[in-house]
Ligand binder design. Structure first.
Ligand code: ZN
Length: 250
């Protein structure tokens, strides 16, 4: 049985398939990740339209019996040419795309996944090198919420005490949650398992909660806080995926 489908879609990855074709992986608002083939060589218009980070309306022809999908058309609304113009922008976009691919497109709230990915890539399109890293950390902080696994950064998961404004909370990689200093000291867990999250990093994560990443240029943080926020947010995703991604280190 063959059918045609329409999706709101973002290109996450394009890979060669056969001599002249490409296999494209899309994140769609309707069905999460979808893989489909684009036919045609380097001069094909459809091939030029289905480059990574392009987003728009996708038409798919599907043959269910053969488990085969072909891209019939892709009407691009967001091109984001700026992402390919800078090393930091490109590498950040790769790390975002790989994180989405490795976590199967999110936890099922596909429209929200696509919206977060789209906002993140829009911000990257014009971002300075320094802002790119903050955009990445903001994405890593928001993404686990869509996977349904995000710890509270305001209080200790063990004694439920609230973290003081100038205190440090300790993120347990084993438990995927935060402990206050006394609870961390009492824990049997090896010290190396804990990551510190100081007041600067916590304030920044709270401030950018739900913020459009296009505004992150205004939300600066010092190097220590940035490194803490990055180490914690990637450890959080690594705990969910069961591995760290090579694309996070650039
Ligand atoms: Zn505690």
């Amino acid at each position: 049985m063959t059918r045609n489908f329409t999706y709101s879609a973002l290109v996450l990855r394009a890979r060669p398939s056969g001599i002249d074709n490409r296999e494209i992986t899309f994140l769609t608002a309707e069905a999460g990740l979808i893989r489909a083939t684009v036919f045609g060589g380097a001069k094909s218009k459809l091939r030029a339209h289905t480059e990574p980070y392009h987003q728009g309306t996708l038409w798919i022809y599907q043959d269910s019996a053969k488990d085969f999908r072909k891209v019939s058309d892709f009407d691009v609304r967001f091109w984001r040419p700026g992402i390919r113009e800078g090393y930091e922008r490109t590498m950040t976009a790769v790390s975002v795309a790989e994180t989405i691919l490795e976590s199967c497109g999110g936890g099922g709230e596909w429209a929200a996944s696509l919206a977060l990915a789209g906002r993140t890539l829009n911000a990257l399109d014009q971002a300075s090198a320094g802002t790119c890293r903050r955009i990445a950390v903001s994405f890593f902080w928001h993404w686990p919420e869509l996977l349904g696994q995000r710890p509270d950064i305001r209080r200790c998961a063990s004694c439920a005490c609230e973290a003081s404004g100038d205190g440090v909370l300790w993120y347990s990689r084993l438990q995927g949650s935060f402990l206050c200093a006394p609870c961390a000291a009492r824990s049997q867990e090896p010290r190396l398992n804990f990551l510190s999250l100081g007041p600067g990093a916590r304030r920044w994560l709270a401030a950018v909660e739900g913020l459009d990443p296009a505004l992150l240029a205004r939300y600066t943080l010092d190097q220590t806080a940035l490194e803490e926020a990055e180490a914690f947010s990637t450890a959080l995703i690594a705990g969910i995926l069961g591995k760290r991604l090579a694309s996070w280190n650039y």
